[in-house]
Structures are given as structure tokens and as C-alpha cells.
Design a protein around this ligand. Structure first.
Ligand SMILES: *[C@@H]1O[C@H](CO)[C@@H](O)[C@H](O)[C@H]1NC(C)=O
Ligand SMILES: *[C@@H]1O[C@H](CO)[C@@H](O)[C@H](O)[C@H]1NC(C)=O
Ligand SMILES: *[C@@H]1O[C@H](CO)[C@@H](O)[C@H](O)[C@H]1NC(C)=O
Length: 332
């Protein structure tokens, strides 16, 4: 019976990027990463995500869920949580055992990794779509939506697994129930429970710097955008109203407080840097884009220098004058 659980493998897929940025997340997914190092060493990692925000972990020693947010349970009762933990405990145990027993049958060789993702997504109009996908070494090999579908690249291994799935009606029913009943119900309730956190708007801080010179006579302009939430953001180097298509975006990096960091760089000839600006659009800014001009921070430095240096010279002159006067008075 546990064979069927094999099917629950899921693969990590990037979060949907089609949702309205200010509406918060629209999907929930459970992720599994199982590493099989050799015939005696296996590790199962489990986690739960609302789009790109992790809200659940899995303690594989105790076989219990870790709730990373005070609202991570949604409106699930304690009894339901206990039941779900039991399902996952049995699943991870059975999954590991089934895979280990079928290494040659499934043409697997140590070491290898199996990934799985299963969950549901809310669409505009209130409909939900559920999904379950499995991958071996990052290559999708099957997906389930009422039926098991071997992926085009999954080969005979995928067909074999789907044939097995078809034989175990009971487990298939449990999976379907989790995907099409529990998941949408839980998703709605957790989005409601975490609303204040999930729909918060945090403004980005923006600053400019120069990176290592890409080639002689060129500058690498770096626009840092940090501390914003939600993740969706637009950052571009501009000349007037003209977007600089050479702008390169880095990866989104998470800050410890759950906000995001992103940098956008532009390689330009040093003499063309003047007049360039970094423009940032984000839902927290209420339509007021942030615009920082390259060179303006340098001219602020120059102004400070231009004011402070004469002041210092003047003060030193004054001190010298007083000191001389005192000296003359002493002599008199
Ligand atoms: C199995 O893999 C683990 C983790 O890499 C390693 O510590 C252990 O020594 C290996 N055991 C055998 C029998 O190869
Ligand atoms: C399920 O997935 C398959 C393959 O991706 C697709 O052809 C089929 O239309 C889907 N069926 C449903 C009911 O979503
Ligand atoms: C939990 O929330 C879902 C979605 O809002 C709802 O359909 C369900 O009835 C709620 N369950 C309980 C026990 O309140």
C-alpha cells in the first residue's frame, strides 16, 4: 500500500508570478526533498510554503510539523493537525522503504535525490487548482491531477510508477482528498489567518554604489533595493524616461525580517554615467516611484567638502591670530 505513496513525490516549482503583487500569496505547497546517499542513509526534508514564504517545517526526528508563523495552522483543529502529521509520518517512512526496495526496478543508483511538490492555487474568480509533481534529480517524471501522468521525459520508470498508483485505490483517494478538499479549504483559512502579515506593505530603501570596474573606462553602477515586501518589485536604470535595457537584475535575497533585497547593475562608459538614475516601483510606494540619480551623492559629498574645508581654514586662522595676540600681550 505504501507503494502508492511513492507517487506523492513532488518537485519544487517556482512560485506563481501571475498574482497581483499587493494581494499577497495565492498558493500553498508542500515540498519534499529526499536524499538517498546509500542503502543505509536517507534524509527526508519537508516544508510548507505560501508562494515563496515558508510557513511550515518538518522535524524528521520527532515526525512533527514545525509552525513557523503564529497563524500557520489556519483554522485546522488540533485533531486535524495530529491526523495530518500522522499521514506525513507514515508517508515519509513508507516512501523511504518503498524506494529503497525498488532501486533496481526503478533503475536508480546511489546517491540520488527525489523531489516532490503538492498543493493548490487560488485563481481569480475563486476557483482553485491542485497539483502534485514528482522529480528525480530535478527532472520531472510524473504529475497527478485525478489521474497519474508520466512526464514526457520520465521514461518507463514513470510509467511503472503510474501503473502502481492505479492499483492502490485507497491511497489514491487519500491523496485526492488532501489535494482537492483539504488543501483549498486550508489555503483560504490560512490566507485569512495570516492576512495582516501577508498583505503588509513595507517600503524599500534604495542606495547607489559602484561595483568593480567591468573594463577600463567603464563603471558598474549598482542600485541596491532593500527591505521591501511583498517581493514583487520593478527596478531599472533610466536616462530620463528611457529604460536602460542593459540593466541586469541580481537574485532576490531574503532579509531576516522576511523582507527582500534586490540589486540592479548597469555597465556604462564612465563619461556617460552622469544623468542616469535608478527608478524603483513597488506597491508600498502608492504610485510614487523612488528615483535616485547617479552622482548626486557625490555632489552632496563635494558640497560638504566645499563648506567644511573653508570653515576649518577660517577657524585655524582665527586660532592662530588669537594665539599671536596672547603672545604679544605676554611680552608687553
Ligand atoms: C552512507 O552515507 C552517509 C552520509 O553520506 C555516510 O556517513 C555513511 O558512512 C555511508 N554509509 C555507507 C555504508 O557507505
Ligand atoms: C491533467 O494534466 C494533463 C497533463 O498535464 C492534462 O493533459 C490534463 O488536461 C489535465 N487534466 C485536468 C482535469 O486538469
Ligand atoms: C475553515 O475555513 C474554511 C475556508 O474559509 C471554511 O470553508 C471552513 O468551514 C472553516 N472550518 C472551520 C472548522 O471553521
Amino acid at each position: 500500500m505504501l507503494l502508492l505513496l511513492l507517487v506523492l513525490l513532488a518537485v519544487l516549482f517556482p512560485g506563481g508570478d501571475n498574482q497581483e503583487a499587493s494581494q499577497g500569496p495565492t498558493s500553498y505547497r508542500v515540498m519534499q526533498i529526499s536524499s538517498f546517499a546509500n542503502s543505509t542513509w536517507t534524509q527526508n526534508r519537508g516544508s510548507g510554503w505560501l508562494d515563496d514564504l515558508q510557513i511550515h517545517g518538518w522535524n524528521s526526528d520527532t515526525g512533527t510539523a514545525i509552525f513557523l508563523k503564529p497563524w500557520s495552522k489556519g483554522n485546522l483543529s488540533d485533531a486535524e493537525v495530529t491526523e495530518l502529521e500522522e499521514i506525513f509520518r507514515v508517508y515519509f517512512f513508507g516512501f523511504t522503504k518503498e524506494v529503497q526496495e525498488r532501486i533496481s526496478d526503478l533503475q536508480l543508483e546511489y546517491p540520488f535525490e527525489i523531489q516532490g511538490v503538492a498543493g493548490c492555487e487560488l485563481h481569480s474568480g475563486g476557483t482553485t487548482e491542485s497539483f502534485l509533481k514528482g522529480a528525480i534529480e530535478g527532472l520531472e517524471f510524473l504529475s497527478i491531477n485525478y489521474t497519474c501522468w508520466p512526464s514526457p521525459g520520465g521514461g518507463s520508470r514513470a510509467e511503472k510508477v503510474c501503473e502502481l498508483v492505479a492499483k492502490y485505490k485507497g491511497i489514491f483517494d487519500t491523496i485526492e482528498n488532501l489535494l482537492y478538499e483539504t488543501c483549498p479549504r486550508y489555503l483560504l483559512s490560512v490566507l485569512e489567518a495570516g492576512k495582516v502579515d501577508l498583505q503588509r506593505q513595507v517600503k524599500p530603501k534604495v542606495w547607489l554604489s559602484s561595483g568593480p570596474s567591468p573594463r577600463p573606462g567603464h563603471l558598474l553602477l549598482v542600485c541596491h533595493v532593500s527591505g521591501f515586501y511583498p517581493k514583487h518589485v520593478w527596478v531599472m536604470w533610466m536616462r530620463g524616461e528611457q529604460v536602460q535595457l542593459g540593466t541586469q537584475q541580481g537574485d532576490f535575497l531574503p532579509n531576516v525580517d522576511g523582507t527582500w533585497y534586490l540589486r540592479a547593475t548597469l555597465d556604462v562608459a564612465a563619461k556617460e554615467a552622469g544623468g542616469l538614475a535608478c527608478r524603483v516601483k513597488h506597491s508600498s510606494l502608492g504610485g510614487q516611484d523612488l528615483v535616485l540619480y547617479w552622482g548626486s551623492s557625490i555632489s552632496v559629498g563635494l558640497i560638504i567638502l566645499a563648506v567644511i574645508v573653508p570653515c576649518l581654514v577660517f577657524l585655524m586662522g582665527l586660532a592662530l591670530w588669537f594665539w599671536r595676540r596672547w603672545s604679544y600681550q605676554d611680552i608687553e
